[in-house]
Design a protein around this ligand. Structure first.
Ligand code: SF4
Length: 327
């Protein structure tokens, strides 16, 4: 049995004062509690931060500011989110089950850990993320759900979040409290590729507290969507997912945002495809070329080569839908 203490924080400062080495901040607990049951996580203390801000409000320069304790359901159903950032609402609704979305918080969603089955099997499998230096049973094992981009010889896991893919596409900014100060971290800098330290999912420090997520204003964010390809219609993680926003002027792509899920250790911003598309024609051929460029460096494992073609097709399908062109 792993004993731990529990305390409820009344403010971010209170949460920091209650934090201690080997503690964890507790949001909805939809992943952390599972990990504790499996003894993958063994915190000595839980600091419950669900009482902190869950407000969804206009951001300082437009955009939106979402309190980290906001439940996923609340964010997905919020009128401002649905009308201004529909890709975010759709991404959240496509994730998990209604019960889990009712519990899970925005801050916790960012910090959820991979669902690699070897990671959860601490009695029978080797896993560098769980136990650095132990090896990775997924590389030569059953790796159908694993990464095709940005993986390393230490870890081929994928990030499980849908919400984070949309946040990556929208260039969200994560507000954290560190050492009594509030810092703003670009979303793309929060999660890591595995490299030789797959035990580290993010660049955050253990005592960092996520207090809010900011969605900057984006003139074409309303023309955005999220598509998730998975093995069954609900309660399944993405094989591949795409979040995209598209701005077309005079038949040309004035701007585009594109991010992929289910393919890498972090939400994958498709920067190569975006660069190819900007200023070009909004045609299916252009979308195909951009998708091929983005996936050019993809490396399949023994069971997941299908993800590369699936990602290409999903990108094209989403852009065709947003552009309203004939497929
Ligand atoms: Fe562990 Fe990563 Fe290998 Fe999965 S892919 S077994 S999480 S090291």
């Amino acid at each position: 049995m792993n004993l731990f203490t529990y305390a409820r924080a009344t403010s971010a400062a209170d949460a920091a004062s209650k934090f201690q080495p080997a503690a964890k901040f507790l949001g909805g607990g939809t992943n952390l509690v599972d990990l504790m049951r499996e003894t993958i996580e063994r915190p000595t203390a839980l600091v419950d931060v669900t009482g902190l801000s869950s407000a969804i409000a206009e951001g300082p320069q437009g955009g939106l500011l979402i309190g980290a304790a906001a439940r996923n359901t609340k964010v997905a159903e919020d009128t401002l989110v649905r009308t201004r950032y529909p890709a975010l609402s759709r991404a959240i609704v496509s994730g998990a089950s209604a019960q889990i979305r009712n519990m899970a918080t925005v801050g916790g969603n960012l910090l959820q850990r991979t669902r690699c089955t070897y990671f959860y099997d601490d009695e029978g499998s080797s896993c560098n993320k769980r136990q650095p230096g132990q090896g990775c049973d997924a590389i030569d094992g059953f790796n159908r759900n694993h990464a095709v981009l940005g993986a390393s010889s230490s870890c081929v896991a994928v990030h499980p979040s849908d919400m984070c893919v949309a946040l990556a596409a929208f260039d969200a900014v994560v507000h954290i409290q560190r050492d009594g100060q509030e810092l703003k971290i670009p979303f793309g800098d929060v999660h890591r590729l595995p490299g030789d330290r797959p035990d580290l999912d993010t660049t955050l420090h253990p005592a960092d507290l996520i207090v809010a997520v900011e969605l900057p204003p984006l003139s074409f964010s309303a023309r955005s969507t999220y598509r998730k390809v998975r093995d069954r219609a609900s309660y399944a993680f993405a094989l591949v997912s795409v979040a995209a926003a598209l701005d077309i002027k005079d038949g040309k792509i004035a701007d585009v945002r594109l991010a992929l899920g289910g393919v890498a250790h972090k939400p994958w911003r498709a920067s190569k495809a975006e660069a190819m598309l900007r200023g070009g024609p909004a045609t299916e051929d252009a979308f195909r070329a951009a998708a091929a460029a983005e996936l050019a460096d993809a490396e399949p494992l023994s069971h997941n080569g299908f993800k590369i073609e699936l990602a290409r097709r999903a990108i094209v399908a989403v852009l065709v839908e947003l552009a309203g062109v004939e497929a």
